[in-house]
Design a binder for this molecule. Structure first.
Ligand SMILES: NCC(=O)N[C@@H](Cc1c[nH]cn1)C(=O)O
Ligand SMILES: [Zn+2]
Ligand SMILES: [Zn+2]
Length: 481
């Protein structure tokens, strides 16, 4: 499908004009520390849902619903902890128009100034010299979520009709496994979402820093924890060191045998499930704009395990990886505390790819960890469990939604986007595809060096503003298709 160029200049100009207001809207959203993984911050996640509800109401959305998902399932410290609501809303209800569902998440990863942030992560800092917005959630995913609202505001100000009916679905648990959302989508597929023609998600990033991309694949993520219990309480290492079995020692021994320093996963059986690389797929990586230097710039180091573009892309997109994330319960403060922790919990995850079967993977992980534990002959107890999982997703980018997004991207950025896959996960993508029977388009706003999940997360102002234009342009091209 090809399109004639649409006269979108008034929209783009209006978005430019509204820039100060859009920055303020994002600042307000960033100021709410909606960290889904921190149970103590759950009320703030709910505050963020209410903030969105108010914004939607002011902008003229209708049928706004706050869907209650009930109590958070285990493992969880507070057995009565409520899941944050899913925020649903509609803009337009014209039977002659197509309906686009946009999904985003209003929760964020944890962030503390002490982690090494240059500024307060929840007080958005606009570096005016570089025109960059810093703050937790700027790129992942509050910038894009607020971007959709900005598109509506620009249309309202222009008194332009939206070219499609819009349905928004914003969740507050994406960074913690999208708990409860799958069930809600299944339930609403034939109700709230019944007229949806396509789904658009803006929750990923360009591959590099200068060329926009459209994304047609994601890795999955299975997240595990290993709990080791030993003494009845934390102990003095001078009094008990050398005479009690230490949980941390057992945990480190086990965790050190999950992956090696070259990134090779040491759990037997996983490699056998990976789809073979075909010549056709191998050739795809040749045309993608990326370099080892861009990877180094994004990671702020020269620590790449691969020395060429193709290997980097394959290892980010089509091979699994295992990351060790941290140990709960161990001493991690400054100074030298001579303690033997009584209970430690090691966290790791595996990014999954076609054709890894999630349940089989869990079994391989459990068998491997339990075997390693048996070899320790330790009197401590060790338990391994899955915290949450989400499947990989690969789709065909040759459809109306991708074509419309490519056209809008070219209008805004004056360059044709690359079609990419991504190493991260948006577990709900495949659920939308299956339950609604529609295509899903991933239309990213931020750049590959934005530092999502890291310190000093940022969104370049040009990506924020041009991102709004791209989202708006996409709705127009898709509406005409
Ligand atoms: N922007 C998408 C994103 O960051 N997704 C998370 C999802 C996730 C999976 N497990 C925990 N969070 C990601 O880490 O890829
Ligand atoms: Zn995200
Ligand atoms: Zn994220």
């Amino acid at each position: 499908m090809s399109y004639d160029k649409l006269p979108l200049e008034p929209l783009f100009k209006k978005i430019d004009e509204l820039k100060p207001k859009f920055i303020e809207r994002l600042r307000k959203a960033i100021a709410i520390p909606s960290v889904s993984s921190d149970e103590t911050l759950r009320p703030r996640v709910v505050d963020m849902a209410n903030f969105l509800k108010n914004e939607l109401t002011t902008l003229g959305f209708h049928d706004i619903q706050m869907k209650d998902l009930g109590i958070q399932p285990p493992p969880v410290a507070d057995p009565n902890l409520k899941l944050p609501p899913i925020v649903l809303g509609r803009f337009g209800n014209d039977a002659s128009k197509k309906t686009v569902l946009v999904y985003g998440h209003y929760d964020v990863q944890p962030a503390l100034k002490e982690d090494g942030w240059a500024t307060d992560p929840f007080d958005m800092y606009h570096d005016e010299a570089k025109d960059i917005l810093f703050g937790r959630g700027t790129t992942d995913d509050k910038g894009p979520v607020i971007g959709w609202l900005n598109v509506i505001e620009a249309h309202n100000e222009l008194k332009w009709e939206l070219p499609v009916n819009l349905v928004v679905c914003f969740e507050g648990m994406e960074e913690s496994g999208s708990l409860g959302l799958e069930g809600l989508i299944a339930k609403e597929a034939k109700q709230y979402f019944s007229k949806v023609d396509t789904v658009c998600i803006s929750d990923n990033y360009w591959l590099g820093t200068s060329k926009p991309v459209l994304t047609y694949g994601l890795r999955g993520c299975n997240y595990y924890q290993i709990i080791v219990n030993g003494p009845g309480a934390d102990l003095h290492s001078g009094i008990f060191g050398g005479i009690v079995a230490e949980p941390m020692t057992d945990l480190i021994k086990v965790m050190s045998q999950l992956v090696d320093s070259t990134g090779k996963i040491l759990i037997p059986g996983i490699d056998d499930m990976i789809a073979p690389l075909t010549d056709k797929e191998d050739a795809l990586y040749d045309d993608i704009d990326f370099s080892v230097e861009e990877l180094n710039a994004a990671s702020g180091s020269k620590t790449s395990l691969h020395d060429n573009k193709k290997d980097i892309l394959k290892h980010r997109w089509r091979y699994p990886s295992l990351s060790l994330h941290g140990i709960e319960g161990g001493f991690s403060g400054a100074g030298a505390k001579t303690v033997i922790p009584a209970k430690v919990i090691g966290k790791f995850s595996i990014r999954t790819v076609p054709d890894i079967d999630s349940a089989k993977l869990d079994q391989l992980v459990f068998d491997h960890v339990n075997k390693l534990n048996a070899q320790l002959n330790s009197p401590n107890t060790l338990k391994v469990e899955l915290i949450h999982d989400g499947n990989y997703w690969v789709s065909n980018p040759f459809n109306e939604a991708f074509t419309a997004a490519a056209k809008a991207t070219e209008d805004v950025w004056n360059i044709k986007p690359d079609f990419t896959r991504e190493g991260g996960s948006i577990p709900i993508t495949i659920t939308f595809e299956k339950e609604l029977g529609t295509d899903v388009l991933l239309l990213p706003m931020g750049r590959g060096d934005d530092g999502a999940h890291s310190i000093n997360e940022k969104l370049n102002l040009s990506n924020y503003i041009n991102g709004c234009k791209t989202l708006g342009g996409y709705l127009h091209y898709y509406g005409k298709s």
